[in-house]
Design a protein around this ligand. Structure first.
Ligand code: GLN
Length: 279
């Protein structure tokens, strides 16, 4: 069988299993298997696959059908135009999380803290796109930090990102930042769709309403914001009201919508008078 046929059959097999992005996923898996990128795959449409390659392709499709994310099967995922190493120790970076980096770039903070960095995607993308910034990233998970460090090296910012192991702000006691950013776990415990995704529970689940980690983060954040600083927090699309109610101890608080208009980012200013840059 040649690449073109394998792609067609793999895509229709995945589509029958209910995968919406079946064609794209088939391309990503086959490109990974053959060590090609997706574009090159098309220039090699007539390349035959040997029996070993076909067997490995079937195995990848089986694992995908059982719910393993494509990113775990290929070991990588694009985020903010950069390729990140990922694995089962970290959440797969999602496009909506790019909103946090977009906003960080507008704010132009000098000192950034990424709480619960996981793959490091937010910290590393901020370091790459804000070349003046000093970035600190914490995570409770040592295996996650290994991946995050690899991503910082991969993108040439290892010197400017400090990775620290520990719960939320514990590793940065007494420090303040111009921007505290986080994509914390915010899914309700036991959410069936999330459980099926094979991602680390500690990166997804946070109590009966998914608010336990956000509540702790909001309680501790004010004392880690420099004057004029900002907290940016990714939240679940149905959590805006509850999260606002928990966001006491700040200056102005707002919720920013994603491109589809869903409320996905809480923005909270440091307490105290607004900071004005000299003009
Ligand atoms: N966005 C993910 C989801 O919808 C959750 C990520 C998180 O909890 N931070 O499942």
């Amino acid at each position: 069988m040649i690449v073109r046929e394998v792609l067609q059959r793999s895509a229709s097999w995945l589509r029958d299993k209910g995968f919406e992005s079946a064609r794209l996923e088939a391309e990503l898996l086959l490109a990974h298997l053959l060590g090609l990128d997706r574009v090159t795959l098309y220039t090699q449409a007539d390349r035959p696959l040997d029996t070993g390659e076909l067997e490995r392709c079937r195995e990848l499709l089986r694992r995908r059908a059982q719910g393993e994310p494509v990113a775990y099967l290929t070991g990588k995922r694009e985020f903010y135009g950069l390729e990140f190493a990922v694995g089962p120790a970290v959440l797969v970076p999602r496009p909506e999380t790019e909103l946090l980096v977009d906003r960080a770039r507008e704010l132009r903070p000098a000192r950034i803290l990424d709480v619960g960095t996981g793959s490091g995607c937010i910290a590393v993308a901020c370091a790459v796109r804000l070349p003046e910034a000093e970035v600190t990233a914490t995570d409770l998970s040592a295996p996650a930090l290994e991946i995050a460090r690899e991503n910082a090296r991969r993108h040439g910012v290892a010197e400017r990102v400090r990775f620290l192991e520990g719960d939320l702000f514990a590793p940065v006691a007494g420090e303040r930042f111009d921007l505290v950013v986080s994509n914390p776990p915010y899914v309700a415990d036991g959410d069936a769709a999330a459980v099926a995704r094979h991602e680390p529970g500690s990166a997804l689940f946070a109590g009966p309403r998914g608010l336990d980690v956000i509540a702790r983060l909001l309680a501790a954040a004010p004392e880690h914001l420099a004057p004029g600083g900002t907290l940016l927090l990714e939240i679940g699309e149905d959590q805006a009201d509850e999260v606002r109610a928990l966001a006491t101890g700040f200056g102005a608080v707002s919720v920013r919508p994603d491109l589809a208009g869903r409320p996905r980012v809480l923005e909270a200013a440091a307490p105290g008078p607004p900071h004005r840059a000299a003009s």
